[in-house]
Design a protein around this ligand. Structure first.
Ligand code: ZN
Length: 60
């Protein structure tokens, strides 16, 4: 098992705005990578210090 991280997993390309943005956020509390959870309420969660940021869904 390698721990290779592919670029496509770390960044996503927005075709509408043509902007490449990192998929993962850094935790404002401890500075480590946060994971995005889609189940339930979409949110960013830090596995290290348990910090959670809830993502507000955009209205169409
Ligand atoms: Zn953290």
């Amino acid at each position: 098992m390698g721990n290779k991280i592919f670029r496509s997993q770390l960044y996503e390309y927005d075709y509408r705005t043509r902007v490449i943005k990192p998929k993962n956020r850094m935790c404002p509390r401890c500075g480590s990578m946060m994971a995005f959870h889609k189940v339930g309420k979409p949110r960013w969660h830090c596995g290290k210090c348990d910090y959670t940021i809830f993502v507000e869904e955009k209205k169409k």
